[in-house]
Write a protein of this length. Structure first.
Length: 145
């Protein structure tokens, strides 16, 4: 047998033995012990850093439809795409978890159009805020994703 195959067999045997040992104490072994590591679930290891997704809900029907917003948070700030488009708001995060950002673009009549985002962290697994442009407002609720 090759070393790689032998290593896989040893790892699976150790997992099975660990499962059987814990099953004797707990009662049964129903879950895969490696599930947490390979589940794809995002864990909060670095505070707010990571990817966040959630609904962007307009306050009025004339402001568009509900979309899915996507935010990426790094060490020094964030980028938020609220409308699944090319409008990305860049912003900063304060020490207490307050997020604030703004995007300014020129409109059709050479007027500045701004889109602002103001939010706060809601525990370790949610961010809630308001997105505003002119008379339109959207409620935003993001979760790790």
């Amino acid at each position: 047998m090759g070393k790689k195959i032998l290593k896989i067999i040893l790892i699976r045997t150790n997992i099975l033995l660990g499962c059987l040992a814990s099953g004797a104490v707990v009662g049964s072994c129903t879950a895969d012990p490696t599930g947490e590591l390979i589940s794809g679930r995002v864990m909060a290891l670095y505070g707010l850093q990571g990817r966040w997704v959630g609904p962007v809900v307009p306050s009025e029907g004339s402001c568009g439809r509900v979309t899915q917003g996507l935010m990426s948070i790094g060490k020094k700030g964030f980028g938020f795409d609220p409308f699944q488009s090319t409008a990305v708001i860049n912003g900063e995060i304060s020490e207490d978890g307050h997020l604030q950002g703004r995007l300014v673009r020129q409109g059709p009549d050479r007027q500045d159009l701004s889109l602002t985002f103001d939010a706060t962290r809601q525990g370790s697994d949610a961010i809630a805020g308001i997105l505003q442009s002119g008379r339109c407002r959207w409620a935003v609720t993001l979760h790790r994703g």
